[in-house]
Design a protein. Structure first.
Length: 564
């Protein structure tokens, strides 16, 4: 087990080093921080959520006022908190806390000597529009199908794209020139590639959100999708569009191709204007194990709606896991591609698969060595849940599945051990958030930091469900607030939503169409390498690109607060 932890540590260091190196490249002018003023969640608050704003430049003020946006009358007065340093932004900040105020309505926050905040709402459904926006963003990433989406008065569209996906030249040289159906799915990010490992993580997070919040998500309506009103809830219908593609990434021998992309990134054009041939890459163990783990989750979620579909995925997952046992851990040779790598931490990825396969098929399905690995994971005296995690170390998904299972219920001693470790991880997130002037739970900045901030909600939600301690849910809300405006820029980081959202994301459909406003529903990567280094410019892929895994984490965070 210690060896596994060391592998993870080395992988994390490599990831941070590569992100930092990439962050130093480029010479774009950074978007200016907001300067003196009030920074808060510009999409609003729930009546029972924490309601905090970060105030910068209030040198002579001691109070704040909550003003009714319609009547301009004072609804609440309060005192500002003590001055706290924000070394990352070189600011002195104070907090305006109006958490006790629960009256629904539209408000502004006023501090003497500073500009008023943007108007925001307090209400049970304040964040519903934001979740709908994120899900519209996923629809807008569909590949292989004509897309048409109206949002904020703009109609975005493109015809069916990438209908030749994909060629097998680099997956099976004996079949060079042959095509295997790889159409469908979601474009991964600002580019048009489709990457199995990241797609599996993305889908896994969204399935986990369903498993914890099905009562709310089952009522979410997405009238823009063709499947609206069908046999599946709209949320699962949108997700299934991507899952159907993932099935196509499995090869006849059970192994799974690592990705399906062009050899090189294409231009900033609409997807149907990207005609370069697209190829299945070589297979990888990372992709194959992620595919197997995901298949078990899919079967659990979709079985009540479509038993045959669930069984198809169980069969595919079993074949993939058996195939993965004989595959090398080392990276396959993908040197012919210059598109995204997505090589995961092998230990954490394997852990996700072990846990999911054991739940789906029982431990007798595992080899003796795999059973020993599983036992070591569940009984480890070292930290088990990882505080900082994502597509590259997805093991937490398996742990959360195990905690919610009948297997865990039948083993209360091991379950209690995992719950205690989950609380340790969640407590670390809480402390980080409380120590940060803007309430976010990481002091570091790196490629995709905004996605990491959203992803904290997954562990915080699990800890809240296990303990009913409000601090975990409140801390998750504070991550959402940061991403929608309680940040040094006083702007939303989600396209099409909140106050002054990103205007120039590194997103090919947004750059390639003739509409000024970008396609909605995408969380951009965020500051890198300093908290004040964000570039709302299209060329800045290191700070202003979108990615489906970041959007998925945002979906999970918003699902916690969705109230139909």
């Amino acid at each position: 087990m210690l060896q596994i932890r060391r592998l993870r540590h080395r992988w994390t260091l490599r990831l941070l080093a590569s992100a930092t190196a990439a962050a130093t490249a480029g010479s774009l002018p950074a978007t200016d921080p907001a300067g003196p003023g009030v920074r808060l969640s510009t999409v609003g608050y729930l009546p029972d959520s924490p309601k905090q704003a970060t105030v910068v430049g209030a040198d002579d003020a001691e109070s704040f006022a909550l003003i009714d946006a319609s009547s301009q009358e004072t609804a609440l007065s309060g005192s500002l908190g003590p001055v706290t340093a924000s070394p990352e932004t070189d600011e002195q900040a104070r907090t305006a806390d109006f958490s006790g105020f629960r009256q629904s309505g539209s408000y502004i926050l006023r501090v003497p000597g500073l500009p008023d905040s943007p108007a925001f709402t307090i209400g049970d459904q304040s964040l519903n529009h934001s979740l709908e926006c994120l899900m519209a963003g996923f629809y807008g990433q569909r590949c292989g199908q004509a897309v048409k989406l109206t949002w904020n008065g703009n109609t975005y569209s493109y015809p069916a794209c990438h209908l030749e996906d994909g060629y097998l030249d680099y997956n099976d040289p004996a079949r060079a020139g042959e095509r295997q159906d790889g159409t469908g799915g979601w474009h991964d990010a600002g580019d048009y590639g489709k990457y199995t490992v990241n797609s599996a993580f993305t889908s896994g997070v969204m399935l986990a959100a369903w498993e914890k919040h099905a009562a709310a998500l089952g009522q979410l309506e997405l009238p823009m999708i063709p499947e609206h009103g069908g046999a599946l809830p709209d949320y699962l219908a949108e997700l299934k569009y991507n899952l159907d593609w993932q099935l196509k990434m499995q090869m006849p021998n059970g192994e799974v191709a690592h990705k399906l992309t062009t050899l090189h990134f294409g231009g900033m054009v609409l997807p149907h204007q990207n005609p370069a041939p697209r190829y299945f890459s070589p297979n990888s163990r990372y992709a194959t194990e992620s595919f197997a783990a995901l298949g078990c989750m899919i079967a659990r979620v979709y079985a009540p709606f479509d038993a045959a579909y669930a069984q198809t995925w169980l069969d595919a997952a079993q074949r993939a896991w058996v195939a993965a046992r004989a595959m090398p851990v080392e990276h396959p040779d993908t040197s012919m591609f210059s598109t995204g790598g997505y090589f995961a931490d092998p230990a954490s990825n394997h852990q996700w698969g072990l846990l999911e396969l054991s739940l789906a098929f029982g431990t007798d399905f595992l080899t003796a060595d795999e059973q020993a690995e599983l036992a070591a994971i569940l009984s480890s005296a070292e930290p088990i849940f990882e505080v900082d995690w994502g597509w590259g170390n997805a093991g937490n998904l398996g742990l959360l599945s195990w905690l919610a299972s009948d297997t865990a219920a039948a083993d209360p001693t091991t379950r209690a051990h995992l719950v205690a470790d989950l609380q340790r991880a969640a407590d670390a997130i809480v402390v980080r958030s409380q120590q940060h002037a803007y309430g976010r739970a990481t002091p570091h900045n790196f490629w995709g930091v905004n996605g990491a901030i959203a992803n904290f909600a997954v562990l915080l939600d699990a800890a809240h469900r296990e303990t009913d301690a409000a601090i975990y849910r409140d801390t998750a809300f504070n991550q959402v607030a940061y991403l929608y405006g309680r940040n040094p820029f006083a702007r939303s980081f989600v396209t099409g939503d909140g106050h002054e959202p990103p205007l120039h994301p590194h997103h090919r459909p947004s750059a390639g169409d003739d509409i000024d406003a970008p396609w909605p529903g995408h969380l951009v990567g965020g500051p890198n390498p300093k908290e004040t280094d964000w570039f709302d410019e299209m060329p800045s892929y290191r700070t202003n690109e979108n990615a489906i895994n970041w959007d998925a984490s945002m979906v999970y965070a918003l699902a916690m607060f969705y109230q139909p």
